[in-house]
Write a protein that binds this ligand. Structure first.
Ligand SMILES: [Zn+2]
Length: 468
C-alpha cells in the first residue's frame, strides 16, 4: 500500500485542523482550519504546505472556524477541487466564513491605521489573511453529501460521512483506500460529540477500522454531570425575575445559542419559568438557527417530537429574533425582566457589550455564562470576579450577579472518547491522538494505550506517516 498521512494542524494543539492523505494517485485534505491559539496564528500566514492545485478534494468535518477557516485562503492560492461536507455544514460554513473574512478585513484596516499612527510595522503584513471576495469564491466549491452516502474521489478512494453529534451537520469521515486488491480504512473523528445531548443525535461508532485519528480536546478530564442545567437555569431566571433585573447570556452563535433556547423551551413547557420576553440578539445566531430550522432531518427523537407537536424551541411564544441594530437597542428600553442571548460568547465583541453596559452595574440583573472563557477576555475578567471592567472604552463597576452554568460542552470527555473508541472487535493497527493541547493529548494517548494495548501515538506538527 502507498498511503501517506501528514499532520498539518491540530497536532499537539487544538486549532488549525488539517490532515493530508496521499495515495498513489489521489490527494485529499481533511479539514482546512484556522489557527486560533495565539501561539500558532503565525502559521495561518505560511503558504499552503500542499500545492493547492494538486489537491483532488477537501473533506470538511464541520463548520467551526478551526476546521474550515483557511478554505478561502486555499482557494485564493489556487485550489479548484470540491469541498465535500453535509448540506447543513455548507450552509453554516458560508455564514461563518463570510463573517471571518469581514473580521480579517477589519483587523487589517485597524492594524494599518494603528501602525501608521505609531510609525512602525507589525510582524505580519497589514493585509487581510483573506477577503470577503476570497470567501465568496470558495462557496461554489462546496459539494453537499448525505450521511451514509459513499463518495468516490479520484481513483481508489471512497469517503463516507457519518453523524458526529458535535454541532449541526458535523461529521466523522471514514475513508477507504483500495490499491491492487487491498483495502485500508481510516476514520477521521472530527470533533466527537456527546451522548444524550439536546437537539443532536449521538455520535456514530465504527468497527473494523485500520487507522483512527481521534480528537482529545477534553481527553484529560471528565465533564460535570449535565442533569443540573435545567434546574440552575430555572433558578437564575426566577430569582432575576423576582429581583426585577435582566438576564444577559453571552453565547456562541453555533449550537450553544440553540441549546439555551432548547432548555428555556423545556422550562416553559413544564411551567418552571414565567413567560418572559426572550431575545436572540445576534444576526449570526439567528441565521444559524434558520439552518437548524431547515434541517429537521438531523434532529434526535426528542427534538423531532417537539417539532411534530409544533413546540419547537426555535419558535416559542415571546421569543424574538432581533436582526437589526435598532431592534437590538430597543431592548434596553423595555421595562420588566427580559432574557437576552447575544454574541460574542466571551464578550470580546458583538452586541452583548451594549447589554453589559446597561446591566453590569445593576445588582438586580444577572450575567449568565454558559461557555468557556479564555484568558484575557472580558468574559474571563467578569467570571474571575473583577470589581470594575472596561466595556466600549468606559469603566463600569460590576454589581450584577455573575452566574455560570457548567456542563454545556459539545466535545466528548475522556470517558466518552473511550466509549466512542470501544467497539467489540475493534483493534485498529494504529490510533493517532490529535486536536488537543500537548498535555491533554499525551495523557489521553497514555490512558488509551494502557487500557487497550493498542498502538497509540501523538503526532506533532508536520509529522508524516506511511500507512501500511
Ligand atoms: Zn468543533
Amino acid at each position: 500500500m502507498q498511503i501517506k498521512l501528514s499532520f498539518l494542524g491540530a497536532a499537539q494543539n487544538v486549532t488549525g485542523s488539517r490532515y493530508l492523505l496521499e495515495t498513489n494517485n489521489t490527494n485529499i485534505l481533511i479539514d482546512c482550519g484556522l489557527y486560533q491559539e495565539r501561539k500558532f496564528t503565525s502559521r495561518n500566514w505560511d503558504p499552503s504546505p500542499v500545492q493547492p492545485r494538486n489537491l483532488d478534494a477537501v473533506l470538511l468535518t464541520h463548520a467551526h472556524l478551526d476546521h474550515c477557516g483557511l478554505l478561502p485562503k486555499l482557494v485564493h492560492e489556487g485550489f479548484r477541487g470540491k469541498i465535500y461536507c453535509t448540506e447543513a455544514t455548507s450552509e453554516i460554513a458560508k455564514i461563518i466564513l463570510l463573517d471571518s473574512a469581514r473580521l480579517q478585513e477589519e483587523d487589517a484596516e485597524f492594524k494599518r491605521k494603528r501602525h501608521e499612527r505609531e510609525g512602525r510595522r507589525g510582524p505580519f503584513p497589514e493585509i487581510p489573511l483573506y477577503t470577503v471576495d476570497d470567501a465568496n469564491a470558495s462557496l461554489p466549491l462546496f459539494s453537499p453529501v448525505k450521511y451514509g452516502e459513499a463518495i468516490q474521489i479520484g481513483h481508489g478512494v471512497k469517503a463516507i460521512f457519518r453523524d458526529a453529534g458535535h454541532v449541526l451537520g458535523s461529521s466523522m469521515i471514514r475513508v477507504e483506500v483500495s490499491q491492487d486488491g487491498e483495502h485500508r480504512t481510516i476514520v477521521f473523528s472530527g470533533d466527537v460529540g456527546r451522548w444524550d445531548r439536546p437537539i443532536l443525535r449521538d455520535p456514530t461508532v465504527f468497527d473494523e477500522v485500520d487507522y483512527i485519528l481521534v480528537e482529545s480536546t477534553y481527553g484529560d478530564r471528565v465533564h460535570e454531570a449535565v442533569t443540573d442545567i435545567s434546574d440552575n437555569l430555572a433558578e437564575i431566571i426566577n430569582s432575576t425575575h423576582q429581583a426585577g433585573g435582566n438576564i444577559i447570556v453571552p453565547s456562541f452563535a453555533l449550537e450553544r445559542s440553540q441549546e439555551i433556547l432548547y432548555y428555556m423551551n423545556q422550562l416553559l413547557i413544564e411551567d418552571h419559568i414565567p413567560h418572559l420576553l426572550v431575545f436572540l440578539d445576534s444576526p449570526m445566531a439567528i441565521n444559524i438557527t434558520e439552518v437548524f430550522r431547515r434541517h429537521p432531518e438531523l434532529f434526535d427523537e426528542d427534538m423531532s417530537k417537539l417539532v411534530r407537536e409544533k413546540r419547537s424551541p426555535f419558535g416559542f411564544p415571546n421569543l424574538i429574533m432581533t436582526q437589526t441594530a435598532d431592534e437590538s437597542k430597543a431592548i434596553n428600553h423595555i421595562v420588566g425582566t427580559v432574557t437576552v442571548i447575544a454574541g460574542s460568547g466571551m464578550c470580546t465583541g458583538g452586541r452583548v457589550k451594549h447589554h453589559l453596559v446597561t446591566n453590569i452595574s445593576r445588582p438586580e440583573s444577572t450575567i449568565l455564562f454558559v461557555g468557556y472563557q479564555a484568558t484575557g477576555t472580558l468574559g474571563r475578567q467578569i467570571v474571575d470576579g473583577a470589581r470594575k471592567v472596561r466595556i466600549l472604552g468606559q469603566r463600569y463597576p460590576v454589581r450584577a450577579r455573575v452566574a455560570q452554568i457548567h456542563g454545556f460542552s459539545s466535545h466528548a470527555d475522556r470517558n466518552e472518547l473511550i466509549r466512542w473508541l470501544s467497539r467489540p472487535g475493534m483493534a485498529p493497527k494504529r490510533v493517532f491522538v490529535v486536536h488537543g493541547e500537548r498535555e491533554s493529548a499525551r495523557q489521553f494517548g497514555k490512558f488509551l494505550s494502557n487500557k487497550t494495548g493498542w498502538n497509540v501515538s501523538v503526532p506533532e506538527y508536520g509529522t508524516e506517516v506511511l500507512l501500511e
